[in-house]
Design a protein around this ligand. Structure first.
Ligand code: NDP
Length: 250
């Protein structure tokens, strides 16, 4: 096993260790913002700062790396870049979040996560990987790409629905989301994001992409469980038959 593979496996181990901790300590942003987490930044600035790191580092390492770039690799590149253009620029601009802040400690830890994650994936694809053009017809590429795109559709449509719920513009306002996947789970945006990065891992079939999928699940399953519990506590009429993030299961 190469040193690079050992580093990625160590990185996966960190995600697994953090998973149970995140079940008990909810990250203090969005509806879970609370005092005692130090200085904070305006929400939009924080989201841009956290997520642009992933776009910049991945794109740079991919483009400057010496590995010959075949057609399937350009598809990986396009999927990653499109996701992070949305997450770093479009999503923060669309949020109805005026006056809300995000703790600096969350922004700093997300920047560290994104730097390592984009570093591992960008370095692997830019410098170590080799995919023949025929990978485009491989069942892993096709099913993974289909899952990625389905995840994107779930994630973006759910985020849009949530953002549209805040009609009055008061950032503290929340309502019960209804319709579509919200009838089955409290957090289809988180479900979509998890499906998206497992799809990416399947289509790339490499260890760094798998590590990103595991990290996404490790971050977002606890967050979805916290959101689900929060809804139950704040709305007496919250539908009791909804799961948190996996329909009928979790
Ligand atoms: P949330 O579902 O908490 O919030 C999404 C947006 O909708 C926020 O602007 C939020 O406002 C608003 N909102 C949410 N619920 C309601 C409601 N019931 N009524 C009114 N407005 C609502 O998403 P997260 O903040 O957890 O994540 C945002 C995006 O980032 C998601 O797509 C998620 O998948 C992705 N993400 C990915 C991670 C990864 O590891 N890959 C990690 C974290 C996030 P407010 O902020 O004021 O609560």
């Amino acid at each position: 096993m190469s040193l690079f593979d050992e580093i990625v496996i160590g990185w996966i181990a960190v995600a697994i260790v953090l998973f149970p901790i995140q079940l008990f300590v909810t990250a203090p942003y969005g509806r879970h913002t609370r005092a005692g987490w130090g200085p904070s930044l305006p929400n939009r600035v924080g989201w841009f700062a956290m997520e642009i790191v992933s776009l910049a580092i991945f794109a740079t390492l991919f483009l400057v790396g010496p590995a010959p770039k075949s057609a399937p690799m350009w598809v990986f590149f396009a999927f990653w870049v499109a996701h992070y253009i949305n997450r770093s620029m479009i999503f923060p601009l669309r949020m109805r979040t005026t006056g809300k802040t995000i703790p600096l400690v969350i922004v700093a830890s997300a920047i560290c996560f994104n730097a390592v994650n984009a570093g591992l994936n960008g370095y692997y694809l830019g410098s170590l990987a080799s995919y023949p053009v025929s990978w485009l017809w491989d069942i892993r590429f096709i099913t993974g790409a289909a899952a990625f795109l389905a995840g994107v559709a779930m994630n973006i449509s759910a985020d849009e629905k949530l953002i549209a719920l805040r009609t009055g513009g008061v950032a503290a306002d929340y309502a019960i989301p209804r319709g579509g996947l919200f009838e089955f789970v409290s957090c289809p945006n988180h479900l979509g994001e998890i499906v998206e990065w497992f799809g990416f891992a399947i289509m790339c079939w490499n260890l760094p992409a798998l590590s990103f999928a595991i990290w996404t699940a490790s971050n977002l399953i606890p967050r979805a469980l916290s959101h689900h519990a929060w809804y139950g506590k704040h709305f007496d009429d919250y539908p009791r038959d909804r799961a948190a993030v996996v329909p009928f299961m979790l």
